[in-house]
Ligand binder design. Structure first.
Ligand code: AMP
Length: 634
């Protein structure tokens, strides 16, 4: 469910102040941070102008850590203390990772308490959880962003794979918090890519996101409806990526050069050459791999793009099989798919693009750098969530109102005007009246929540309707309208219909409430429904008591002469009875039901005791109207 959330008015910033927010692609191999500047999403670079941060953390004996490029070389020299691809361990227990081979780390079972069952890694700097390792990466990205933007961030959108479960998502959130980042939202990686291409601007559609990175392949089928992306299915292969293409090319080169089995050093040298050749073949028809090996052998092999495509065809076919399976799982056919997005550096290979295009019978979206597309999409989302909305920007992924929007009525009670789960846009109006004679202003207090009492709901805004012409209590007719537009903006207006005086306010959305907070507020309302009903009945009785006291007093002020002394005394005693019962109605040592009953009886007694007085006043005003008038003039 997409959520509409509304800020406390005091919390909203001035409309022109840009709030710094970033999108973070926390990747297995590399991570990136991006933001939207002057309406254009861009990846931020570190002080050396690099946009990628290798997701590597090396722990040092002094307790410090090297992160990113600084940690890279230590992968081979100090593998135990150099954590690579920590994303694989996020939210995972020892059992979950048992199948991953050749991991150089000393794992410790996190246990239920401290580690929440998540694996931990023993390093020279102590035992580290994957959350702490990820937090080091995130903190580095945060620093890069704050240095580049020159100020503190209000928050970040962090992407996670679509298949991440709750534990993995929670671990990602925890890491962000540890890094001092305010998580505006976790966003699935394919959805971020779709947003980067503006696919969320359409009305409806099914989209495929084909993501081939260095070591993993993911395919996601998304459905967009009413501005909300739903992941219909995911699939892929966690051990298939660009590196496998390097491997095939390496085998081809050694075969063509007639090389005997190579030493580790020569293998590493030739693997690097193979990777370079693979990348060159994305833009060149052919390339020549040249190397002089430690063994003394000279390698010179020319490969054409056509040959490269042929020898790696089985890998491409493997990805397409996963695509077919994901399509079946989503129960969609090629004809249903409205667009395809390419993500991951390895999708630069032209034969991958052709295979994907041929399968989906469409040209895939590929003009955004496939390494940056996820971070850019996250940045766009972060920018919107932070409340930076440029003219023409589409607003957020909203569909329903998560919590009721109401108004405070007398006695601190809430009258719901737009109930929760109403689809937006929507508008509702309700009529109110004045409480006191001659009342010329009405305070409108806008609240959000399910509870009966204002004190248990969230205050959103207050404003006053002034200039109501003085009238008797209950005579004014004030129409209060709540309107939530498609952008999730709530406007409230109040209009006194006889005089036409009007006042209004717009409440800016700020997305301050998390899903869990909304859930808590709903749970509270269910748990306290009974208590709230009793409290409401008591408050209503108190309001009635106050109203009848005011009305009686103003009648006495106007027409005391209609009563003799004894009658005046009787009414005064009944009024005192109501005041006493009102005072006692706040005594919480007595149960609320009995307090309400006592007050109710006192109010009824006063109502009965003033019936005769009311009749005499009526006679008097009728006589006044009729005085000196002929019957036909009445
Ligand atoms: P990623 O994990 O998304 O950064 O993707 C990394 C993979 O993309 C590696 O296997 C790279 O060799 C591959 N890659 C990067 N640039 C190119 C290119 N121009 N042509 C083919 N593969 C590339």
């Amino acid at each position: 469910m997409a959520l509409l959330q509304i800020s406390e008015p005091g919390m909203s910033t001035a409309p022109h102040q840009h709030r710094l927010a970033v999108g973070i692609d926390l990747g297995t191999t590399n991570s990136l941070v991006a933001t939207v500047r002057h309406s254009i999403p861009e990846v931020l670079t570190d002080e050396d102008g690099r946009s990628l941060l290798p997701s590597i953390v090396r722990y040092l004996p002094n307790g410090h850590a090297n992160i990113g490029y600084k940690a890279m070389a230590a992968r081979t020299t100090d593998p135990k203390n150099t954590v690579v691809s920590v994303k694989r361990f996020m939210g995972r227990g020892l059992k979950d990772i048992a199948h991953v081979e050749n991991l150089p780390y000393d794992f410790v079972d996190g246990g239920r308490e401290g580690g929440h069952g998540m694996v931990q890694l023993k390093t020279v700097a102590g035992v580290k959880s994957p959350v702490e390792v990820s937090a080091q990466i995130l903190a580095t990205l945060r620093q890069t962003a704050e240095d580049a933007l020159g100020d503190e961030l209000v928050g970040a959108v962090i992407t996670v794979p679509a298949y991440f479960d709750d534990a993995q998502r929670q671990a990602t959130k925890d890491a962000a918090q540890l890094a001092g980042l305010n998580v505006l939202r976790l966003l699935s990686e394919p959805t971020a890519a779709a947003i980067a291409y503006g696919l969320d601007h359409g009305k409806e559609g099914v989209f495929a996101v084909y993501d081939l990175g260095g070591g993993t392949f993911d395919i996601s089928i998304l459905k967009l409806s009413k501005g909300v992306f739903e992941v219909l299915s995911t699939g892929g292969d966690s051990a298939l990526g660009g590196d496998d293409f390097d491997q095939r090319l390496f085998c081809y080169i050694t075969q063509q050069a007639g090389l005997a089995p190579l030493s580790d050093v020569d293998t590493a040298t030739l693997m690097v050459k193979a990777r370079q050749a693979k990348e060159l073949l994305s833009t060149n028809e052919e390339t020549t791999v040249e190397a002089i090996l430690k063994s003394g052998e000279v390698v010179q092999v020319t490969i054409t793009a056509k040959t490269f495509a042929e020898i790696t065809q089985p890998l491409v076919a493997k990805t397409m099989n996963a695509v077919r399976k994901a399509m079946r799982d989503a129960d969609v056919s090629v004809e249903d798919v409205d667009g395809v997005v390419l993500v991951g550096g390895a999708t630069r290979m032209p034969h991958i693009r052709r295979a994907v295009g041929d399968f989906f019978k469409t040209i895939p979206h590929a003009n955004i750098d496939p390494d940056k597309v996820v971070a850019l999409g996250a940045a766009i989302q972060a920018n919107l969530l932070a409340g930076n909305r440029a003219a023409g920007d589409d607003w957020l992924l909203l569909d329903v109102i998560p919590l009721s929007l109401g108004i405070e009525t007398m006695g601190g009670l809430v009258e719901k005007i737009i109930p929760r789960n109403s689809t937006i846009p929507c508008a509702r109006a309700q009529e109110f009246t004045t409480f006191k004679d001659g009342q010329t202003a009405l305070a409108v207090h806008v609240v959000q929540g399910e509870r009966e009492l204002v004190s248990d709901c969230r205050s959103l805004a207050r404003f006053e309707l002034r200039g109501i012409p003085p009238m008797a209590a209950g005579a004014a007719r004030i129409r209060v309208t709540y309107q939530v537009d498609a952008d999730g903006l709530l406007s409230v207006s109040a209009r006194e219909t006889r005089s036409g005086v009007e006042a209004s306010i717009t409440v800016k959305p700020s997305y301050g409430l998390g899903d869990d907070e909304v859930a808590r507020m709903l749970q509270d309302s269910y748990n306290s429904a009974q208590v709230d009903m009793v409290a409401r009945a008591l408050r209503e009785e108190q309001v009635e008591a106050e109203r009848i006291l005011l009305a009686t007093q103003s009648a006495l002020d106007a027409d005391t002469e209609l009563l003799d002394e004894e009658e005046q005394g009787a009414i005064a005693r009944l009024m005192q009875g109501v005041r006493d019962a009102t005072a006692r109605s706040n005594d919480t040592s007595i149960d609320a039901d009995s307090r309400q009953n006592v007050l109710h009886d006192a109010v009824q007694a006063l109502a009965r005791g003033t019936e005769e007085f009311a009749a005499r006043r009526m006679d008097k005003s009728v006589r006044k109207v009729l005085a000196g008038k002929a019957l036909d003039q009445v």
